[in-house]
Design a binder for this molecule. Structure first.
Ligand code: TYM
Length: 329
């Protein structure tokens, strides 16, 4: 059976980018494969979050995941720091990860720009820790959005380098996964770039119907096309991309035809888009509070998740240590 793994940083609430980029695919796959889902709290330490808030963020992310349909009866759901075997594997893999390649990673270069006063080694080694998350379970498929593709490629490089260096066929080469389709980027509502946690351009799984309507109505548009079949400016193209992801296909084509015939009324399009977002989000949001307030349930989910994840992780670590020559006396 295939092993599938996905994860998310615990730095804020989940938005539609997380949902459509990774979570929804994972939820669909969880019954057909051996699935691991985890919350990357080690990774979020790279931005130095307030220690008082870190645990709350982990709890929020966990509750939102479960509300979105992750089933702890079938998938293994755990917190990254409950599986410290990952940290050891990261250390071992880092011996074959080169500073040159790490410093060229797009996410590292972005972070240098965003936090010039905190360029820590954790940021540089971020892709190695992510590779360890995946390789500790020897996962073959990783449902992620387009923004994580470079990290996945680096994971394959590290895995292949390890196999070659030690002359083994140990780590599989994991692929990003979106049901045979290209992985997606959900754009933000601000006209450019991807939807993100801190960009102020997102629609979150905890947003009320009213908040969703307000956010969508405020999305950037223009005065509309003046000639049939004109190429779209980025902000409009983004709105159509979001609609293509969130709304039924006939809705998307209906508005696309309107655009191509210069009959588009962005107000109507946004109203429809907001309702289609609400149809996805409202049922999830309604479950979040119940789950979040059930400490006993959350505790059971992560303890059982950590127990199941450790079975696999201990085996991998023992084998990797042996391959590298670390053996018991
Ligand atoms: P993170 O927390 O930024 O995002 C979690 C998942 O959501 C996807 N995503 C998006 N997909 C499409 N459009 C968007 N606008 C969008 N925004 C976010 C991401 O691609 C991701 O799949 N490094 C990872 C966390 C991680 C991980 C892993 C993931 C750590 N170890 C191992 C998979 C496997 C991250 O920062 O994701």
């Amino acid at each position: 059976m295939e092993t599938v793994l996905s994860g998310i940083r615990s730095t804020g609430q989940l938005h539609l980018g997380n949902y459509f980029g990774a979570l929804k695919n994972f939820v669909k796959m969880q019954h057909d494969a051996c699935c691991y889902f985890f919350i990357a709290d080690y990774h979020s330490l790279t931005t130095h979050p307030d220690p008082k808030l870190l645990h709350d963020n982990v709890k929020n992310a966990l509750s939102e995941y479960l509300a979105a349909g992750l089933d702890p009866e079938v998938a293994t759901i755990y917190i990254q720091s409950d599986l410290p075997q990952t940290a050891e594997l990261s250390l071992l893999l880092s011996m074959h990860a080169y500073v040159g390649e790490l410093s060229k990673t797009v996410s590292f270069k972005d972070k240098i720009r965003q936090q010039p006063n905190n360029i820590n080694a954790g940021l540089l080694c971020y892709p190695v820790l992510m590779a360890a998350d995946i390789l500790i379970h020897r996962a073959t498929r990783v449902p992620v959005g387009k923004d994580q593709e470079q990290h996945l490629e680096m994971t394959r490089n590290f895995a292949q380098r390890f196999n070659q260096f030690y002359g083994v066929d140990y780590f599989p080469l994991p692929q990003s996964y979106n049901f045979g389709e290209a992985s997606i980027k959900v754009p933000g509502l601000d006209g450019s770039g991807k939807m993100g946690k801190s960009e102020g351009n997102g629609v979150f799984l905890v947003d009320t119907d009213e908040v969703i309507r307000k956010k969508v109505m405020k999305a950037k548009t223009d005065s509309g096309p003046t000639e049939p079949n004109q190429p779209m400016p980025e902000a409009i193209e983004n709105l159509f991309t979001i609609m293509q992801i969130v709304s039924p296909a006939d809705t998307y084509h209906y508005f696309l035809d309107k655009y191509n015939n210069c009959e588009i009324r962005y107000g109507d399009m946004k109203k429809q888009l907001a309702e289609d977002m609400i149809a996805v989000i409202a049922p999830i949001r309604e479950r979040i509070d119940d789950i979040r307030s059930n400490d006993k349930y959350l505790h059971e989910v992560v303890s059982e998740g950590a127990r199941k994840a450790a079975e696999n992780a201990n085996r991998t670590l023992k084998e990797v240590r042996e391959i590298m020559g670390i053996k018991p006396f």
